[in-house]
Design a protein around this ligand. Sequence first.
Ligand code: F3S
Length: 434
Amino acid sequence: MRRKALEIASNSGSNGMLDRATPKVPTGPLLTSISLLYETSISHTMHLTAAEERILAGEEGPGRQKAIQLTVALGDIYGAKRLIPITSAQVSGASFKTIGDAGIRFLEDFSKTARVSVRASVNPLGLDLRRWKVMGVERDFHSKQERIVEAYDRLGAEPLYSCTPYLAGNRPRKGQHIAWAESSATVFANSFLGAKTNREGGPSALAAAIIGKTAEYGLHLEENRKPGVQIAFESIPDGMVPLAGYLVGKIAGKRIPYLKGLKLTSDEHKAFGAAMAATGAVSMYVFSEPGKGTKTDTKEIEECLRISTSELEKCADDLRGGDSWDLVAIGCPHCSAVELRSMARFLKGRKPSKQSDVWFCTSRKVYARCPREVAVLSEYGKVLCDTCMVVAPVEKMYKTTASDSAKAMVYLPTLGKQKASFRPTKTLLEAISR
Ligand code: F3S
């Protein structure tokens, strides 16, 4: 019974968003499965050390006991033999919009008895903590969001409120085991940084942060990190890297793709992986670029596919949407300093066209590093921290949103109730300026 319930609950993505397919490497449970945390028993098949058994028996308090119960329950379901230490966690489920009142109750309850024991950064909130009034967020939403922030503070989590923790100080090294929940960040960590994580759910990442360990299954094991399909591109035209990720996610299915000939900047990897994780089931790709990527065993590749330039162009047409927008939103995943600099360079000397509202979303740490760029971009729109166009209550403010993010094209119409339009970054910058 417990196994069935947890399996049902495991088909979810970060921020409580539904994934498109059932992943080979399981994702963690959604916050709606919170009650399951309280139903897990202490019987288990996985081997635990004496110290872990003591935590499971409640000798270190009810918070750590609940955390290890959840971690062990998931490990048992997915056939893990043991728990392994992690160096960091990244916890999703931080916007009131995505976790609701049940999520607040869960976090407040957990925060009475538990504290994280490793570095644990938190995903974006539903608002910019300093500029929520300027955003147009309602007071009631703000008070609910404050309770979530206070609960994470009590838990000892790091208030990064970003989906790019690797740009804001929480950057794992190659080979390190971590427990990250944000889907775009798990792909970046596995594929670009060479760290090892499953796509956790909010509660399982938090549980791992509390005990400092995760169950060893899925992408923590080298044998599950081998590519099963090779994908090559005829070419990737300017601005279409996110669409390349979008298509790869759709066609790779449950197999890790090996991307032959892929040469991208780290920001392009960020956009590519985010889109791939939004349309696909796996949290890792392999690429072979001199000096970058992961050396891999390609023996298990069972199929070689090629994506033509015309397929990318057709995808751009399919996601084109309308030509006028209430909001132009850039920064999904959150902008890096390099991206802020490049946009500021382009816009400097031009004039705002003021045809729509504009959001540039980034982390507070990156914002603080780029005061000159923020000043330029602020002439064209709001440079927001702690939040994004998907997990903020955008549906209360806008109806049509254009973005350069293919991940946003998946979630804006569903979670954001928006008519969404994909455009390359340069096209959006031209639209917001003259
Ligand atoms: Fe980040 Fe929000 Fe996109 S959490 S990846 S900016 S949907």
